[in-house]
Design a protein around this ligand. Structure first.
Ligand code: 5AD
Ligand code: SF4
Length: 445
């Protein structure tokens, strides 16, 4: 989310006539985009800002953007008086105006109070860093108020973009050569088209059916709003990737209640059964928090049994960290840090065992892989499958394929975190786009 925010800010600045430089030394304006989802984000930001202090004499200007900016507000000016602008993500619509004030020499510019707006940030100038695969924000903010989470306070209330505006952006991306689009939002499946034209699943299909699109992904989903038509859409539409990230956070219904997640373990498992009943092998991944206030050994054990039951393909697990303004901050943080670390280790060890075994199902399969990079030391190409798994493969009979092309790869080995394989030289097996590009590459060589 933050990386994509930076792409939007960069695009807006470029449109305003600014040029991007690679080194801080060469910059007249330094914008620092911050995240405050976990850990001691505020401290890290102030520590970093301290380093900017010495650059101040060189006439540079500084802006702090993102969630720490929203959370700390004008306190940033007090602690770091050389900062001229503090703006949260809900105010980026006003960036051009704020930049003009900055240029005019104003010293205390804030964009902090736009979180209750119904307006979304138009993203026509987004400077996407990857030319093949890019994000589209379909929904901003969050109204869920999970007890541990800072997002509703920093990013403001939930607001969806119209389906028409998403489709215009997607078409523009296709024209620019993008083949993979990832819908982005705190809760993409809470999407409500303000024009009432399309459901979330229908929007997925509409973008998936655009000529030129090869892959559509989405992140993140919330179990509460997860509907069966999403699974149906994936089953029916080959371009929709076979991957669903559905954060559970805990396997214990008691902890889920304390977290205000508004579902139980059973409710979540029912959604898992829908996904597992699909015709396609849909990969399931999740986020989990260990050590939420009051989490007992028995609660934690329920998280362990849940990962065994679901058999996730990946789990992103975090130690609970108290965040400012959230209800969980006032609950006694009853779990000592050592116990949180211990639970985190147990969970990750268990998940690694599961992946070691569960990835084995791919052995011998043919998978379509989008090329991402090369690993010269291993003489391997690195790519990604539709399920979002890393695939390291050799290309014995094909010239090094271009980044962004799609190849058919036979999986010859599975490891807990990636697949290993060989690209198939059979031209028939290669999709048309990849063939074109492989040919171009050979000519260029
Ligand atoms: N402490 C620990 N993890 C958190 N997350 C969000 N807030 C917190 C917090 N206060 C995790 C959740 C979420 C992911 C993006 O970050 O698991 O899904
Ligand atoms: Fe945070 Fe919960 Fe909203 Fe996700 S759904 S962004 S965890 S408040």
């Amino acid at each position: 989310m933050n990386a994509h925010d930076s792409e939007k800010v960069i695009g807006t600045l470029e449109q305003q006539g600014y040029a991007r430089v690679q080194e801080e030394d060469a910059a007249g304006l330094i914008l620092y985009n911050t995240c405050s989802i976990r850990d001691k984000a505020e401290q890290k930001v102030f520590h970093r800002l301290n380093e900017y202090k010495k650059l101040q004499g060189e006439g540079k200007k500084f802006a702090v953007l993102g969630c720490v900016a929203q959370q700390e507000g004008e306190k940033i000016f007090e602690k770091a008086p050389y900062v001229s602008m503090v703006a949260g993500s809900a105010s980026y619509r006003n960036l051009p105006e704020m930049l003009r004030r900055l240029e005019a020499g104003e010293e205390r510019i804030t964009g902090l109070d736009d979180r209750q707006t119904d307006l979304t940030f138009e993203t026509e100038f987004t400077a996407r860093s990857n030319p093949h695969r890019g994000y589209i924000t379909i929904i901003e903010g969050c109204d869920k108020f999970c007890a541990y989470c800072v997002v509703p306070y920093t990013r403001g209330k939930e607001r969806s973009r119209t389906a028409a505006s998403v489709l215009v952006e997607a078409k523009k991306m296709v024209d620019l050569g993008f083949t993979e689009i990832q819908f982005l939002g705190q809760n993409v499946n809470s999407y409500r088209d303000p024009s009432g034209r399309m459901s979330f699943a229908e929007l997925l299909v509409a973008v998936g059916e655009l000529p030129g699109i090869r892959r559509v992904r989405f992140t993140t989903s919330h179990p509460r709003d997860f509907t069966r038509d999403i699974v149906q859409a994936i089953d029916d539409t080959p371009t929709l990737c076979d991957h669903i990230h559905l954060p559970v956070q805990s396997g214990s219904s008691a902890v889920l209640k304390a977290m205000s997640r508004e579902y139980t373990r059973e409710w979540y498992l029912e959604r898992m059964s829908w996904i597992k009943a699909a015709k396609r092998d849909i990969s399931i991944t999740s986020d989990m928090i260990v050590g939420f206030p009051g989490e007992t050994d028995a609660d934690f054990e329920e998280t362990i049994t849940l990962v065994g039951e679901v058999k996730y393909d990946a789990v992103f697990a975090f130690k609970f960290s108290p965040r400012p303004n959230t209800p969980a901050v006032t609950m006694a943080d009853s779990i000592p840090d050592e116990l949180k670390s211990e639970r985190l280790r147990i969970l990750m060890d268990r998940q690694r065992e599961i992946q070691r075994e569960h990835y084995g199902r791919h052995l011998g399969e043919m998978q379509e892989v989008m090329v991402e990079s090369y690993n010269p030391s291993r003489n391997q190409v690195v790519g990604r499958s539709s399920q979002n798994k890393t695939v390291n493969f050799s290309t014995a009979q094909i010239a090094q394929p271009p980044i962004g092309s799609y190849l058919s790869v036979r999986i010859t080995q599975t490891l807990p975190n990636c697949l290993v394989g060989e690209a198939i030289a059979d031209a028939e097996a290669l999709p048309f786009v990849a063939l074109q590009r492989v040919a171009d590459f050979v000519v260029l060589n």
